[in-house]
Design a protein around this ligand. Structure first.
Ligand code: NAP
Length: 244
């Protein structure tokens, strides 16, 4: 199977880390499908695919009908998915005592239940193909916690358990399942931080800076490649040493 024959699905690919992953996998030569919640986002993704095959599609990771519709289009148009990158995610920060049910549930639905929904929708075909890679984008906060992010932290800690359990379930089918836990990456998600907050934060990061999305994408590229064939059930930290 050539790289071009490998179909990779990246969720939340219209901006931030997901868009950068899409661009990197496009350069690597994969057939790459990116998803967005909106039609405009899907169009933007299609325009970003320059060197290989692929398309942008609309998909809300919290809506099973929307997932089913996108997955059917991929399977009909491109065949079995070789690699799934569960990247879509949100934050809804608040101290627990002030957190609303809506804030709790939306983060758990988007960051954790989505893994169950999207992965379950593609895994049967992947198992039949007896090959594949699943990469879940977690967070440093799932490992160390963060005040004001109990919902986000719980979702990302849950992602680690999900990853390891699935790695055990799928290993006999030659499917590797891993997670990446980024630290602070320069995207819309961290744009709300003031310069003062960033200065304070970077003082605690051994590498002394926040990261570019490409520093996460390169790890995704590695985990999809043959170079990582013996790695499964693993979490790779991309955090500049902030948590070690
Ligand atoms: P971002 O710039 O805010 O982008 C989030 C992406 O997820 C967007 O494409 C967004 O689509 C999509 N998304 C959100 N809810 C969705 C839903 N219900 N269905 C489908 N797509 C949805 O975030 P980012 O910084 O790139 O983060 C990407 C991943 O990395 C997330 O899982 C995040 O938790 C993780 N992460 C980020 C950082 C960081 O410092 N940035 C650190 C650690 C982990 P729309 O454009 O439609 O909203």
């Amino acid at each position: 199977m050539t790289v071009k024959d490998k179909v990779i699905l990246v969720t939340g690919a219209n901006r931030g880390i997901g868009l950068n992953i899409l661009q990197r996998l496009d350069i690597d030569g994969y057939t790459v499908i990116g998803t967005s919640r909106s039609d405009d986002g899907a169009d933007l993704i299609s325009q970003q695919i320059k060197s290989s095959n692929g398309i942008g599609l609309k998909m809300d990771v919290t809506d099973q009908d929307s997932i089913n519709s996108a997955i059917s289009k991929i399977q009909d148009g491109f065949g079995t998915i070789y690699g799934l990158v569960n990247n879509a995610g949100i934050t809804e920060d608040n101290l627990l005592m002030r957190m609303s049910d809506e804030q709790w549930l939306s983060v758990i639905e988007t960051n954790l239940t989505s893994l169950y929904r999207v992965t379950k929708s593609i895994v049967k075909d992947m198992m039949k193909a007896r090959q594949g890679r699943i990469i879940n984008v977690g967070s440093i906060v799932g490992l160390m916690g963060n005040a004001g992010q109990s919902n986000y932290s719980a979702s990302k800690s849950g992602l680690l358990g999900f990853t390891k359990s699935l790695a055990r379930e799928l290993s006999s089918r030659n499917i590797n399942v891993n997670s990446i836990s980024p630290g602070f990456i320069d995207t819309d998600m961290t744009n709300s931080l003031s310069n003062e907050q960033i200065d304070k934060l970077t003082k605690n990061i051994p590498l002394g800076r926040i990261a570019e999305s490409s520093e996460v994408s390169s790890v995704v590229s590695f985990l999809l490649s043959q170079d990582s064939s013996y790695i499964t059930g693993e979490n790779i930290n991309v955090n500049g040493g902030l948590y070690m």
